[in-house]
Design a protein around this ligand. Structure first.
Ligand SMILES: O=C(O)CCC(=O)C(=O)O
Ligand SMILES: [Fe+2]
Length: 356
């Protein structure tokens, strides 16, 4: 593996310089778009993560969504499992404690989660909403039957999607995509709200439990789409691997920074740029504060339209010789975004995923 990383075409990979996650002031997007694009482009080529402040998504809306999530997950198991996740990747996805991979998943003491009649212990993990499901029963079930709140979930999801499209313009500016091939709209026009895509809003819950500091609660992975927008609340736990090539670099924690949204580059952008932008490995580890408190986060996985090919984009900064490391990159570069999502999900769930 990674034989091509050793030669003189090795990617420009920052090491020590990239061990912090920068904070970008997104008010620059209006006042000085090229500077905004420069800062976002730099972070994306280095650590692959950046915080955005002044992102324009109202904080009271974010708080309201966290409140919804808490109300939902604090219920007993039988009230949460009507819309179980299935082929459409919508609804509740618990983990079954017996099937956890001991190396990569929670090892905490979950005695607050009693076994059900079949002897299984189910542990909360997430609830997924997709563009197609914002008006559905599955979303109103998540808001405990409150239709006004259900509508807010839709408003929130669209706000995040709008922000993602603005961020996409910064990538296109930073990558100098020629006007003749779409210019600054190269990426955002491939992310239609009304188009079929894997874009998913995921409410995550890491239950209160005992455990050892640094025990992985979510194994290391990259995200499958273009970018991910992450909101964390109160309790940190996310860690980022600053380099996929230099495995000995330390994991960097991504603390909770109030009033920011954390953005990370995901696999599509890595493939579109032949590895110039980094889809960085990350994981969630046990935080001792979880002895007394649940950890909540909200991730919005933005995916390109299903029919978009994940091939290198027109940019003078991207050359054919560049390659990103990883099986995802080798497999995915011949696929469309829709095919790639199906391939990744089928590797992580034990049912076949169909596109919606
Ligand atoms: O919960 C978090 O902080 C991150 C979750 C994550 O990386 C994911 O769901 O892909
Ligand atoms: Fe992730």
């Amino acid at each position: 593996m990674a034989h091509h990383q050793e030669d003189s075409n090795t990617l420009p990979e920052a090491t020590t310089a990239s061990l912090t996650i920068p904070v970008v002031d997104f008010s620059l997007y209006s006042s000085d778009p090229s500077e905004c694009a420069r800062q976002i482009g730099e972070a994306s080529q280095n650590i692959g993560f950046f915080y955005l402040k002044n992102h324009g998504v109202p904080q009271d809306l974010i708080d309201r969504m966290f409140n919804c999530s808490e109300r939902f997950f604090q219920q007993p198991l039988q009230n949460k499992s009507k819309h179980l996740i299935g082929p459409h990747n919508i609804g509740y996805s618990p983990l079954e404690s017996e099937t956890l991979d001991p190396e990569h998943q929670t090892q905490g003491d979950l005695k607050d989660y009693p076994a059900d009649a079949d002897g299984r212990t189910l542990i909360d993990r997430a609830y997924n909403v997709r563009k197609y499901s914002i008006q559905d029963d599955s979303t109103v079930y998540f808001t405990l039957g409150d239709e006004a709140e259900r509508d807010k979930v839709g408003v929130f999801f669209k706000e995040l999607h709008r922000l993602a499209k603005d961020i996409m313009q910064c990538f296109a500016i930073a990558l100098q995509v020629p006007e003749s091939t779409g210019g600054r709209h190269f990426f955002d026009k491939r992310h239609g709200w009304d188009a079929h895509s894997g874009t998913t809003l995921r409410f995550l819950h890491y239950p209160q439990q005992s455990g050892d500091p640094k025990t992985p609660l979510a194994g290391s992975h990259t995200d499958y789409g273009s970018i991910t927008l992450l909101m964390q609340k109160d309790i940190a736990g996310l860690e980022v691997q600053a380099s996929r090539i230099h495995k000995d670099v330390p994991w960097v924690s991504a603390p909770v920074i109030p009033d920011t949204i954390l953005i990370n580059i995901a696999d599509h952008l890595q493939m579109w740029t032949n590895g110039l932008l980094k889809s960085t490995m990350h994981r969630v580890v046990y935080n001792p504060q979880q002895l007394h408190h649940s950890r909540y986060s909200i991730a919005c996985f933005i995916h390109a339209n299903d029919d978009t090919r994940l091939e290198p984009i027109p940019s003078p900064l991207i050359t054919q010789e560049m390659r990103a490391e990883g099986v995802e990159f080798e497999e995915g570069r011949n696929m469309t975004a829709g095919e790639y999502l199906g391939w990744r999900l089928n590797r992580s769930y034990n049912y076949s995923v169909k596109s919606v």
